[in-house]
Design a protein around this ligand. Sequence first.
Ligand SMILES: Cc1ncc(COP(=O)(O)O)c(C=O)c1O
Length: 396
Amino acid sequence: MNPVDWNARCIELLSQRRERALLRERHPVHVIDATHVEIGGKRFINFSSNDYLGYTHHPQIIRATIEAAQSHGVGSGAAGLITGFTDQHARCEAAIARWKGTESAVLLPSGYQANLAAVQTAAALGGEGNSGVRFLIDKLAHASLIDAARATEMPIRIFPHNNLTKLARLLKDADPNQLQVVLTESIFSMDGDAADLASIAELKKSYRFMLILDEAHGSGVYGSSGAGYAAEVGLQNIVDVSIVTLSKAIGCIGGAACSSAPFRDALLNFGRAYIYSTSVPPFVAASVAAAIQAMLSEPQRQQRVRELARHVRQSLTRVGIKIPPGDSPIIPILFDSEQAALNAANQLRSQGLLVVAVRPPTVPAGTSRLRVTLSCMHSDEEIARLLQAVEKVAKK
Ligand SMILES: Cc1ncc(COP(=O)(O)O)c(C=O)c1O
């Protein structure tokens, strides 16, 4: 069909997706608290949110957010380089940098934009025409890293997931005058497994490269005070740019690129995703700073979500359900087909359990899955209900 008739073309494309059980749709969700929602008047336990620490509904954080909205208004009014970088933003960036143990941090409106800005900045380092940069990306790295690298029009090589032998080969054969930039996640968003940071650290001994590590799902859940997975394994020093999304364990919205001061200053000059976008409202900055403060004084939230992750993983494995390796609160349960994953999600829904089916292109073909995410706020009884129901729908 001719795409000039765009509405008809939309309908055609969408019906093709529906036939292949790949159509994405959304439904208004009424949020009750960190782990409960209502959809169409029916109550569900939410096992599909990234609110690992329950900070979306933390009384102190809410109080700090309201106070900042009252004192600073509900919008920042401009991009950071104009007048949108307020005292609240400055305090928040300093708090993020202290928490992550980096020299500096830049606050952006989303994690997606934080990845975009960091990659744009790395690309700019290649000089006029940027011919001197190549991106080496883990196959399962988040779409925002892949989109960002592609948009730079710099050369890209994808290495198989966590295959550091292949990465070593790429680094070994690299042009010594070309900056090599490795893009990967610490805790992978769809598989819940971890990057092999110890092996990447070994590679750093032999090869010069920049590591941009997306800690979207490591932050808050790993490391002392939630500083992230690199902190947990004692390898913060090998990370050149650490990306935090403030929308997951932090419970709010936004992202941060944490780095050296020179990289921060380069990002402010070359990171178009920062430069050309209005900064987050000051109350978001205040909310994030309050969440970091809460993390420092509430290690029990991190401990509980980690314990729940261990318990659920062990229980599923014990009854013969295969799950990828790892110890994170992201637990994928794989199915043979898109339709099978959707059917399983619907069966869980009928029992009041919300576990979304993730299908291609978000995950590779043939790996459709239920993606269970846990929060410290799930009760033991709710976890027991989940385990019982998943055992019935999962293939063994
Ligand atoms: C690994 C990873 N990176 C980046 C992002 C983007 O973060 P945000 O939702 O804050 O834009 C996400 C969220 O989906 C993610 O899972």
